[in-house]
Design a protein around this ligand. Structure first.
Ligand SMILES: Cc1ncc(COP(=O)(O)O)c(C=O)c1O
Length: 385
């Protein structure tokens, strides 16, 4: 895993923070509730393999992802725990999932019909019920009964789990959240009557687990807060979260400019006096969006400084309070001395949610992993190109 890289921009992933967050949830939840670590989208940009390993070491029992490709990546890397694909997998690909013992999501009769044509070994399914998210899942009892009946009669398919996903669990006092709970209760009752209660029931994302830990069933599906982020600004957990992701770069050029000199494309920034300008090698191709430029700040030598001029594909400029050395560390997300720019700060500035921020930092930015406060390796996107 120790892939060297030659650029001066990197993300640091604090695996101890991920472990601390999982432990905090374990303390918050009933004893019998376990944790499914959600590591889709390269673990929300944190690095799927390393995050999954840290999550399992901290006590998570299962992994879940959005895509079959993501599940296969984990399985082929040697993870032996149950891995569940939350999204829709093409019926022609169910056999490959079965070969790698990957659990799938079921909610369509047509899917079952087509899958039967392609499968010749056992595969475990989780029934997804749409109780109000309006994305994936069965919406009627008739449909649900048919699916359960078909699975019972099938040679290779077994019902391992049942689940639903909340649309408004991150809003305190949302009536839809409670309605979804009630609808799911009715589904569980129906499954009981059909004598088909699967042994794994899971409904809660981070927000639901924070709000209603006592309604967590066998497992919660822990995503955003495993990475140390609140599901929404309104939903603070009653325990401390530790942000795992930070982003850094270094000055590669420093120069003095005179009043009237302009910086970057479009000459959109003009020095109003004699100024020190630093260049750093990160740009929109790294997921550091042009839109950040307008009011963006970074931290250098413990001080917040502004981004000046348009962000380019690979570089951007910042205004320095004084002459600084090439190689000086610049923090774009995270802490330096007493200053901190959090993922939430950046999300607010970009008028988006914190989920989007680590996801948008591209794989051109190497992820460097820290465990027990020591650097233990890195993943460099260039290795796979
Ligand atoms: C089906 C499902 N379950 C769980 C999660 C995890 O949610 P969160 O990151 O809010 O904890 C997600 C993420 O979007 C999801 O799609």
């Amino acid at each position: 895993m120790d892939h060297h890289f030659y650029r001066d921009t990197w993300a640091e992933i604090n695996l101890d923070a991920i472990k601390a967050n999982i432990n905090a949830f374990q303390n918050h939840l009933p004893n019998e509730t376990g944790i499914i670590a959600i590591v889709k989208a390269n673990a929300y940009g944190h690095g799927a393999l390393q995050t999954a390993k840290a999550a399992l070491e901290a006590g998570a029992a299962r992994l879940a992802v959005a895509l079959l490709d993501e599940a296969l990546l984990l399985r082929k890397a040697g993870f032996t725990v149950p891995i569940h694909v939350l999204g829709w997998v093409h019926p022609k690909d169910v056999q490959i999932a079965a070969e790698y013992n990957i659990e799938l999501t079921i909610f369509q009769l047509e899917w079952l019909d087509e899958t039967k044509e392609h499968i010749s070994m056992p595969v475990k399914l989780h029934l997804k019920v749409d109780t109000g998210m309006g994305r994936l899942g069965t919406t009627t009892f008739t449909e649900l009964k048919e699916i359960v009946k078909e699975i019972k009669h099938s040679k290779w398919l077994t019902l391992e789990g049942v689940f639903t996903h909340f649309a408004t669990a991150d809003e305190p006092n949302s009536s839809l959240f409670y309605r979804q709970h009630d609808r799911f209760q009715q589904v569980l009752q129906l499954l009981k009557e059909l004598d088909s209660t699967p042994h794994i029931i899971h409904t809660s994302n981070s927000a639901a687990a924070i709000q209603l830990p006592e309604k967590s069933y066998q497992f919660i599906r822990l995503g955003i807060s495993m990475y140390g982020l609140q599901p929404s600004p309104e939903l603070a957990p009653p325990f401390q979260l530790h942000e795992a992701f930070s982003l850094h770069s270094c000055l590669t050029h420093v120069k003095q400019v005179q009043k009237g000199d302009t910086i970057s494309y479009g000459a959109a920034y003009e020095a109003s006096e004699t100024e020190w300008i630093g260049t750093i090698p990160i740009g929109y191709a790294d997921g550091w969006l042009r839109k950040i430029g307008a009011q963006g700040e970074v931290i250098v030598e413990g001080e917040r400084v502004p981004i000046v001029g348009r962000i380019c594909m690979d570089q951007m400029m910042i205004r320095l309070p004084k002459k600084m050395n090439i190689g000086t560390k610049v923090t774009l997300i995270g802490s330096q001395q007493n200053e901190r720019i959090s993922i939430d700060d950046l999300a607010k500035q970009l008028d988006t949610i914190n989920y989007e921020i680590p996801c948008m930092i591209s794989n051109r930015v190497p992820r460097v992993f820290y465990k027990d406060n020591k650097k233990i390796g890195c993943v460099n996107g260039f290795q796979n190109l």
